[in-house]
Design a protein around this ligand. Structure first.
Ligand SMILES: Nc1nc2c(ncn2[C@@H]2O[C@H](COP(=O)(O)OP(=O)(O)OP(=O)(O)O)[C@@H](O)[C@H]2O)c(=O)[nH]1
Ligand SMILES: [Mg+2]
Length: 297
């Protein structure tokens, strides 16, 4: 993942990492340094409350003399950032049943294809359900991915109740004994109550078919949205408990700090990150490597 930071997250590397590197080289460890570091973290989208907390931890270390050099400050910052990304439970990165939810255009369908491809590479027979019956183009987009990946796809009729399509798709999964089931849904605004209720219904429909199995609900978040994505994710989490976050479009932002704000505020682990439109522009999120990449050039 270190190489990904350098090669794929070029914008993050060019902004955050460079700023941090120059801050840590040839500076004095004093209040001015903390002020400058705080500005870099805020600019990187870590968020003001969390930035204050990180800076306070460093200041405490400086005042109690456990941090006396810039290198010690960098190591303490690194530990603090990694700790912020540690999930309370180790997330399952290859669930058998995965339900993809998120706002419009956040990268759900592209991620569904990328995840289907990973599962297929793991030797699984994969079925995708096109749960976005809202737009005809949505099904076409998924059909094109499914055919290029040579993965099975269940589609309903345009405008059909998504739960009905998902009901039939789950039945197909059981009847034809697929190893993995991946369900795409239509984009929805977190403020539209009826659409959020629809997600509960979808989840109930899947549970009915797989009563003994865990259904991983993952939320896609567009990294470019920055702090706005926090409220969004919070409301999704209230409507339908989320097991994981998929952070998309990390190639399109120079702000790598949103990962800390997300895990700290929501306590939901980031499982995958994506950094492009191609099928293999996807990586497991690795906290230690990510933080190391941010702090060292
Ligand atoms: N640069 C970049 N583009 C991405 C990434 N993931 C998805 N996209 C693009 O973002 C746009 C939206 O992606 P979709 O996968 O269609 O998003 P969606 O959430 O399914 O959208 P709706 O179904 O309309 O809600 C497409 O043009 C994708 O190619 C990524 O990691 N990086
Ligand atoms: Mg879609």
């Amino acid at each position: 993942m270190l190489n990904f930071i350098k090669n794929k997250f070029k914008k993050i590397y060019a902004t955050v990492t460079n700023q941090i590197s120059s801050l840590f080289s040839g500076n004095k460890l004093d209040d001015e340094f903390l002020k400058e570091l705080s500005a870099v973290l805020i600019k990187a989208d870590v968020g003001s409350a969390l930035t204050d907390q990180i800076i306070k931890n460093l200041a405490n270390g400086m005042h109690t003399a456990s941090i006396t050099t810039l290198e010690q400050a960098r190591a303490a910052l690194e530990q603090n950032l990694i700790q912020l990304l540690q999930p309370t439970a180790i997330p399952e990165a290859s669930p058998r049943i995965m339900l993809m939810v998120g706002i419009n255009g956040s990268g759900k369908t592209t991620f569904v294809a990328k995840y289907a491809n990973l599962m297929k590479q793991n030797g699984k027979r994969v079925l995708i359900i096109a749960g976005d019956t809202f737009r005809a183009a949505a099904t076409e987009q998924l059909a094109s991915w499914a055919s290029s990946l040579d993965v099975a796809l269940h589609v309903g009729k345009e405008g059909q109740d998504p739960s009905a399509v998902i009901y039939d798709g789950c039945k197909k999964c059981l009847d034809e004994k697929f190893d993995a089931l991946i369900i795409d849904t239509a984009g929805r605004l977190q403020t539209k109550t009826n659409l959020m209720h629809e997600l509960e219904k979808i989840k109930r429909t899947i549970s009915k078919h797989f009563p003994q199995e865990k259904i991983a609900t993952w939320l896609s978040i567009d990294a470019m949205l920055g702090q706005n994505s926090l409220t969004q994710a919070d409301l999704f989490h209230q409507a339908i408990p989320l097991e994981g976050i998929v952070l998309t479009k990390l190639d399109g932002t120079g702000k790598g700090g949103i990962v800390f704000a997300i895990t700290h505020k929501l306590k939901i682990p980031i499982i995958y990150v994506t950094y492009g439109e191609r099928i293999d522009d996807i990586a497991r999120f690795d906290a230690e490597k990510y933080v190391h990449g941010l702090l060292h050039d």
